[in-house]
Ligand binder design. Structure first.
Ligand code: SAH
Ligand code: SF4
Length: 378
């Protein structure tokens, strides 16, 4: 009896998330030259072609081999919403009724795509909608890159004919460094000249601070790093960003300076969510400045974005301005993030997707440590 036809694609290798080096190995196993793998990567990621038979500069025999052994599995888009300010949010199926979200933020000189790396998040930061959802699973590299592929195909090109997506930030759902195994190949594809060809300044990984993986990333890949600091001392950070109990501020900052040193002392962005009456006083600003002054550091203040069931409030705009000014007086480079896409719940920290069957996470430090370690090395 022959297997059901819908089983066949699953047994084929999905080439969408394979970094070019790995693709070359795959082609080698087919008895093909490495440059053929590079051609294939260009077809997929630069020309948006996924039908092997349309790849006219590959031999007919190779195309046939690819049809038989491989596939380019694209994400399934469940919905698309566009905000009054031009921000676009897609919901993508991630199996078993789960879904993840991806957001595009257009600006005059660039278009930033904010991508997800996990279905939910296990780290349970006190102010984050994704954290409140809990964790279901890691995305694989194809599911991460698929968000970029899809957005580029879906959005009109820029006036200069370039793709709409000029920058990619891992700031959607999930903690990217807790899914290192998939995030690294995805980041490599974003940087590769045979794929998306983005410069390291245009690819940013944002992390809540998984120290060993910041060190690993510094060795493996050269992308911009953003760190969700959010508090200037351990007592407060333990409450807001619970992973701090495992990797406290001193250890986190040391890993940041090591990362910067590996990449010609490039600046690290420290994200700081402005929570009314919690972390937004001038005393907090002074404490924060003392941690960062004289270091390769920039600060990005993020006005808190509210979501159902959360009791924090956004700091008043005057408070945010005063906080920013206080840091600037200490010679720090500080920006305040513009809130975009709020009307479609696409702003920072509002992404919830659909996460069911989640692993219970609010179980205290030991369980969190086990879970993080498991997710990180999975
Ligand atoms: N897990 C990663 C990346 C995803 S979150 C991280 O934590 O860095 C991207 C940024 O949005 C982080 O700085 C995060 O702390 C911030 N954020 C989360 N919830 C938010 C909210 N409700 N309002 C504003 N920013 C929020
Ligand atoms: Fe996870 Fe980042 Fe949200 Fe924290 S802020 S719960 S690490 S997604």
């Amino acid at each position: 009896m022959s297997p059901p036809t819908d089983m066949q694609p699953q047994s084929r290798t999905n080439l969408l998330g394979m970094p070019v080096g790995e693709l070359e190995g795959y082609f080698d196993s087919l008895g093909e030259k490495p440059y053929r793998a590079r051609q294939l990567a260009q077809w997929i990621h630069q020309r948006g072609v996924v039908d092997f038979n349309a790849m006219t500069d590959l031999s007919k025999a190779l195309r046939q081999k690819l049809v038989e052994t491989a596939t380019v599995g694209l994400p399934e888009c469940l919905s698309r919403h566009e905000s009054a300010d031009g921000t676009v949010k897609w919901l993508f199926a991630s199996g078993s009724g789960q879904a993840i979200e991806t957001v595009f933020i257009p600006e005059a000189t660039r278009g930033t795509l904010c991508i997800s790396s996990q279905v939910g998040c296990a780290l349970d930061c006190a102010f984050c909608a994704t954290g409140a959802q809990g964790f279901n699973r890691n995305l694989d590299a194809a599911e991460i890159v698929g968000q970029v592929y899809f957005a580029i195909a879906d959005l009109p090109r820029r006036d200069n004919g370039e793709p709409a997506v000029t920058n990619v930030v891992f700031m959607g759902m999930g903690e990217p460094l807790a899914n290192y195994r998939s995030v690294l190949p995805a980041a490599r594809l974003l940087l590769s000249d045979y794929a998306y060809g983005l410069s390291r300044r245009r690819v940013t990984i944002s992390t809540s601070g998984i120290v060993p993986h910041i060190d690993r990333l510094g060795d493996d890949c050269n992308v911009s790093l953003a760190v969700s600091l959010h508090a200037p001392n351990d007592e407060l950070r333990d409450r807001l960003v619970p992973i701090n109990k495992l990797h406290p501020i001193d250890a986190l900052l040391d890993s940041c300076w090591r990362y910067a040193a590996k990449h010609s002392n490039r600046f690290i962005t420290f994200e700081y969510v402005m929570l009314c009456g919690v972390n937004d006083t001038l005393a907090h600003a002074d404490e924060l400045a003392s941690l960062l002054v004289g270091k390769p550091a920039k600060v990005n203040l993020i006005p808190f974005n509210p979501f159902d069931g959360n009791e924090f409030r956004r700091s008043a705009s005057g408070t945010i301005r005063a906080f920013q000014e206080r840091l600037r007086r200490r010679d720090l480079v500080v920006t305040t993030r513009k809130t975009r896409g709020e009307d479609i719940s696409a702003a920072c920290g509002q992404l919830a997707g659909k996460v069911s069957d989640r692993v219970k996470v609010r179980l205290g430090e030991k369980t969190m440590r086990d879970k993080t370690a498991r997710a990180a090395t999975a």
